[in-house]
Structures are given as structure tokens and as C-alpha cells.
Write a protein that binds this ligand. Sequence first.
Ligand SMILES: Nc1ncnc2c1ncn2[C@@H]1O[C@H](COP(=O)(O)OP(=O)(O)OP(=O)(O)O)[C@@H](O)[C@H]1O
Ligand SMILES: [Mg+2]
Length: 265
Amino acid sequence: MVFSITNQKGGVGKTTLSINLSSALALLGHRVLLIDMDPQGNATEGLGLKASSCEYTIYDVLINDTLISETVVQHQQKNLYVVPSDIGLFGAEAILATKPDRYFCLRQAIQSESAKYDYIVIDCPPNLGVLTINAIIASTDIIVPLEPNTYALKGMSGLFNAMLKIKDELRYYPNLLGVAINMFNPINALHKSIVKNVTASFPPGKVFTTKIQRNSIISEAEIYGQSTLQYAPHNIATELFINLAEEIIHQNNGRKRHQQARAIR
Ligand SMILES: Nc1ncnc2c1ncn2[C@@H]1O[C@H](COP(=O)(O)OP(=O)(O)OP(=O)(O)O)[C@@H](O)[C@H]1O
Ligand SMILES: [Mg+2]
């Protein structure tokens, strides 16, 4: 399964979920590749890596035809691998704009890698530009993080309109794996009512049951270049990320069983 974590709204938890879901899936015994598609490089740094000390970044894959396998960095956590990014990736956007197959570069690049990993996770930048479209087209699924505030749903319509445009113009539409509520405060009545509205506005099962609560340990871990799971293994936040990862694994296993059954028929 290849999933992008995307929402054009900034600061909703794309990187936090990318880091911690990757770490949780790896902890649960799956081989995970996290691709940082954001020029801010937050996922790279949040996992304690420095793009400047890596030989290659995702820029080289998209622009210089470097094999993605050459750019993969093994993380100190078992089962976790990262393709780093840094500010140089901003320059890729203008170069990609001149390429006829500009939206398909990442998909082509990961084709040779996808069998090596159980999960490929892509952290997207906060816009719907060429990098995000590359990520969406390379993905079987998308996860949309959402902070429960008054503008939450408004931001999402932009994303889904863009997805429909991708479907019309590029003939591809990935599955919505789920909306992941982040920075949730379970004792805030407004949060609860927004989550209820969001849940009602999607088909059943499309909003993950696990809600990630606001918890300062999460940003503290990022500052120390660690996933929350590594930094605070006994914290409630770690438990929630593991629960969310288990929901993803459950959906993936269900899909695999379905595909096997269809192949037998
Ligand atoms: N559940 C949470 N509790 C506390 N802090 C959080 C939580 N989720 C995210 N944060 C913090 O909020 C900030 C924004 O989160 P994050 O970087 O994951 O958002 P983003 O959507 O990736 O942002 P951008 O759009 O800039 O890429 C970070 O400092 C992060 O540590
Ligand atoms: Mg981010």
C-alpha cells in the first residue's frame, strides 16, 4: 500500500502523522518507506536526519533520474527507511513544469521499489502543486489529516475538487483511506460537534475511529528528531498512533483478502 498524507491546509498534522504512522507501522513489524515530498523537509528533520549529510534527496529522483533505491536512508528504527528532502526541492517545481510527464515522475520512480516495502508513506507539502499531484498519482490511497475547527471542512472541499480534476484530466483517483482527526480535545464540546459533522459528511468508515489528541509531547519529540513512539513509548500519544496504524493495517489486510478471493474466482 502506498499512501499520501495530504491536505493543502498548513499545520494540520501531515508531517506528524507521516512520521508517527511510519514509526508505528515499522514497530508493528512492517517494512516502511517514508518519502518526504515537502521542500520544508520537516519529516526528514523530525526523524533526526539531515538531508545535507545524505548523498541524494527526493529532488534527485524527480529531476536527475537517480534511482530511488540509491536515495533511501536506513533509519535507526528497525524496518524504517526514509527518502529525505530539503529546501532544494522548491527548485524542482519549475523544472518539472517543463516536463510532459511531470505528474507521473514519482509514480514511475517508486514502481521498482513498491514490492520491497509493505507500506510507502508520502508526506505532502501544504499546497496542491506539482509535488502533491505527483504524490497523489503515486498513491493507492490518501489519508487526510484534519484539525477540528470551523474551517476544517471548507479546506477539504479544495482537496476533493482537486482530486476530481486529477480524475478528469489525468484519469486517476486514489482511494480515500480515511480522514484522520488530529489535535482533538475530547472534553471540548465544539471539537466533538465538528467531529460529528465531519463523520456524517463522509460515507461510513471513512473517518478513522482513532482521534489523535493535542499533546505537547508530540511536538517535543519532533524537536528532538524522534518519533513520539521512540521519544515517549509509554505516553498515550504513542498508544493512539499505534491504534491508528492498526486501523490502516486492518483495511490493508481486508483489501488483500478481497484481492486474493477475486484472483481465485
Ligand atoms: N496532536 C498534536 N498535538 C500537539 N502538537 C501537534 C499535534 N499534531 C501536530 N502538532 C504540532 O503542530 C505543528 C504542525 O504540525 P505538522 O508539521 O505535522 O503539520 P503539517 O500539516 O505537516 O504542516 P505543513 O503544512 O507546514 O507541512 C508541529 O509543530 C507539530 O509538532
Ligand atoms: Mg508538513
